[in-house]
Structures are given as C-alpha cells and as structure tokens.
Design a protein around this ligand. Structure first.
Ligand SMILES: [Zn+2]
Length: 215
C-alpha cells in the first residue's frame, strides 16, 4: 500500500498520517519532519530549507525531490509507505511518478482531507507540536494529558513558527495556487479519495480507514 495524504495546511494531515503509520506499521515519509530533523542536526540543507518553511514558503522542488528520492531508496519503503507533505506542486508530483516508475512501482491512493479556511485558521492557532518527537496536539480537540508536555515522550510542546497568522495566510494562498492543482492531476489518474476533515479527529480517521480497507 503506497499512499499520499493531502489537504490544506492545518487539515490534520500529520496527525492522521501518524495514526495510519501506527495502525498499519508502514514507514512514513514526511518532508516537513525530515527538514526539521536536518535543521536540528545543523545539516546545511535543513538550515536552508527552514528559512523557507518558517516564512510559510515552499522549499524548492529540486531540494525536496532530492530529499524524497534518498528516502525512497531505503529498503523499508519497498512494500508500503505513506507520504505526508509531499508532493506539494505538480512539478514534484511528476518527479515522484518518475522516481516510482524507475523503481517499478506507483502510488495506490491519494487521500485528500477537505476543510474550510475558517476551520483551518482556528486549528492552526491551537496547534502545538512536540520538540522531541514531532507529535502534534490541539488545545481543544486533541489535548495533551499534561499541559505543555508530550504524551508520547514527555518532550516540550511548542507553537511552530509557521503556525502564526501571517504565515498561515501565506501557506493557504500557496496551497490554493500550487498544491490544489495536484487534485486534478491525481483525479485524472483515478486514485483520488476525498475525506471530510471538518469533523472530530476519530471520525476523519474512520473515513480514511474505509478508503484503506477497499484498497
Ligand atoms: Zn514527543
């Protein structure tokens, strides 16, 4: 099962992907997480990438494609994987299809989490992320057991620099112009599945499970 989870920023891609990973034991390829890890270990690629990310901009197609290609060449992705946050442009999607084609495989499904801008703004304001393991929380819908502390690893929770209002606005407009065209791209391939993201976390996940079970 090789899948991609899509949706506008704040729709809950990361949290839903984490739950799929946990239940299906498949490797996760999250470019956001990979860039943050590279940044944390002072890798020049990570430092360069974080400049774009913190302003709410996209990292260049070239850097991002290269990062994903390296990850896909590891053996654990042969049977299954889940992509989160990549591809974000049609150029990246074409590059991904080419990479997978060269490996003799392809994407099985693209799950698109639908959401309205109002809901997205409200969600991102309340989002908190673990400094240590990257687990994501919401101050209303997915509270940590202890304030400011990660349930998974005890790490400190913080608000990501790209979750501020200005940055969120920019990410949404970039999503509209660059990422939304991907939906057409995958619709034409017949692998696009839409899921309603404007419901509680567990209900969204239940809808995703229905899609996965059919695959
Ligand atoms: Zn944690």
């Amino acid at each position: 099962m090789k899948i991609l989870v899509m949706g506008p920023p704040g729709a809950g891609k990361g949290s839903q992907s984490a739950k799929i990973v946990e239940n299906y034991k498949m490797p996760s390829i999250s470019t956001g997480q990979m860039f943050r890890e590279a940044y944390a270990s002072n890798d020049p690629v990570g430092i360069e990438a974080m400049k774009f990310i913190e302003q709410g901009n996209l990292v260049s197609d070239e850097i991002t494609n290269e990062l994903v290609k390296h990850r896909l060449l590891k053996h654990d992705t042969e049977k299954s994987f889940i992509l989160d946050g990549y591809p974000r442009t049609v150029t990246q999607a074409i590059a991904l299809d080419k990479m997978l084609g060269e490996m003799g495989t392809k994407l099985d499904a693209v799950i698109n989490i639908l959401s309205s801008n109002d809901v997205l703004f409200e969600r991102m304001e309340a989002r908190r992320v673990c400094k240590e393991c990257g687990a994501s929380y919401h101050l209303v819908f997915k509270k940590p057991r202890k304030n400011g502390v990660c349930d998974e690893c005890g790490g400190e929770l913080y608000q990501r620099a790209d979750d501020t209002l200005e940055s969120v606005k920019r990410r949404l407009s970039i999503y509209e112009t660059k990422t939304k065209p991907l939906l057409d791209y995958y619709e034409k391939q017949g692998i696009l599945y839409n899921v309603n993201g404007m419901q509680p976390f567990n209900n969204v996940y239940a809808d995703i499970e229905l899609v996965l079970r059919d695959l």
